[in-house]
Every structure is written in C-alpha cells, then in structure tokens.
Design a protein around this ligand. Sequence first.
Ligand code: ZN
Length: 268
Amino acid sequence: MTNAARFAAVWLLLSIWGAAHGAPLHSPWPGGIAVIDLGPSESRPAATYEGNPVLVLQDQGRWQAVVGIPLDTEPGQTSIRVGEQDILVDVVEHAYREQRLTVKNKSHVTPDPKQLERISKERKIIDAALNNYRDIETESVALAPPVAGRRSSSFGLRRFFNDQPRSPHKGMDIAAPEGTTIEAPRDGVVTATGNYFFNGNTVIVDHGQGFVTMYCHLSEISVAEGQSVTPGETIGEVGATGRVTGPHLHFGTYLNGTAVDPDLLLID
Ligand code: ZN
C-alpha cells in the first residue's frame, strides 16, 4: 500500500469509528475505561480522577469523561471529581488470566544494584511521559492497529517470571516478525524515546489530554522526541530488545496516567 492509500484507509477507519462512538464503550472494570456523561455545556468541563486530569470529549453534543481505571482498583464504588461535584462510578469485577514464563537471562529477572539504579532512572523518564497532560481538544480516542499481526488478549495477565510474581501485564503483545513497520495509530507528539532495561527500544506518543500510547522492544526507532506524528506514519520497527522471549510489539495505552486495555480502543 502506498503511504497515501494507507493514510486514507486509516483516516476512513478513524472516521467510521469516530462517527459511531466519539467515546469508547463504558467498560468500568480494573484496567478498563469508565465513560461518564457530563451533559451539555458551552465549554469543556474539567474532571479529575485520583488527582489526575481526565480526558473529556464531546459526543453528540454532550461531554463525556473518558476515565482509565487502574488495574489494582478494588471492585466497588469510586468517584470522579467534576468541578465541585463527585460522580460515583461502580467498578465491576473482571477476571484476568495467569501466565508463567521462563526467562533465560537471569539478570532480567533479578537485576543487580547497578541495573536497579538504571531501572529507577528510566522509570522516572517513562512515568513523566506516561503522565504528560497536554490540554487540547480531543474528538475521539479510537486507535488504528499500529502493526498488522495476531493480537493477544494479554492485557492484565498476572505474570510469574521463573516462578517469581511480577506486576500484571500492562499492555497488549502483538506478534509480528522482526522489522515489521509500526505506524502511529492517530495524531500525536513523541514525548520519549530510548533504550530501556525492561522495555528495550521504546517510543512514547502523547495524543493529548493525558491519552498516551507506548511501543516497546523495537529493533529500530524512526522518530525523535518532540516530533509530531500523523496516522499511519512510521514510528519504528518490531524487534526483540529488552526483556522478551521473542520479537513482538508491546503496545501500551494510557488514560489519566493509568494503563488501560488497548483492545477497548482499537478499531478493527
Ligand atoms: Zn508485553
């Protein structure tokens, strides 16, 4: 496909999805997305969740708060702050699977002190990019698939590396051969690139209002920090850098600084 044709295809998909749902489906579970109707009003209402600004978009003349629910949230009531008001949201239970992996490079399972120092430095850079809030108008949070390939439903997996429990999987792994082109799934600005201990070569893209996507284990990074990207633009290539067992794209999606299931945002 030529770049123009690919751009047209992505644009068409985004338009269809956007026309049908400016907001995604209400999925109020840990790792899911709560969509809360804030009614019609002249200007965009300000909403926060756990102190973080929340994405608010307009859908058929009404404002909708699109809130990422952290994976470690206990089912039950939680509240979104809108102006001077608290809006209650019922968080429902959601079962995630368990996965046990054997990792040969032991240092990737139990890092030594020097590696821990590196990891903590990188964590700060990554956290800053994932929590970035750029105040722009957002029409939709629909994402085109960044690579063609089999999508695992691996978000939320409770993982064990060599029988040691690790934090749950906060993204979707897409199986694709090394060198497969990764394309920006919508407009954005690159806020971080680097080679990180666990994530390998990584690109983080800010789509505005705290909506952020992350691409890990790349063989090649094709963009630079501060660069604007358009849908379909190449941002890198699939690889096997960092803590991996084979080439794949780790695709992370974030709202209000929290990882949410990419499956809830992808168009297909
Ligand atoms: Zn992954």
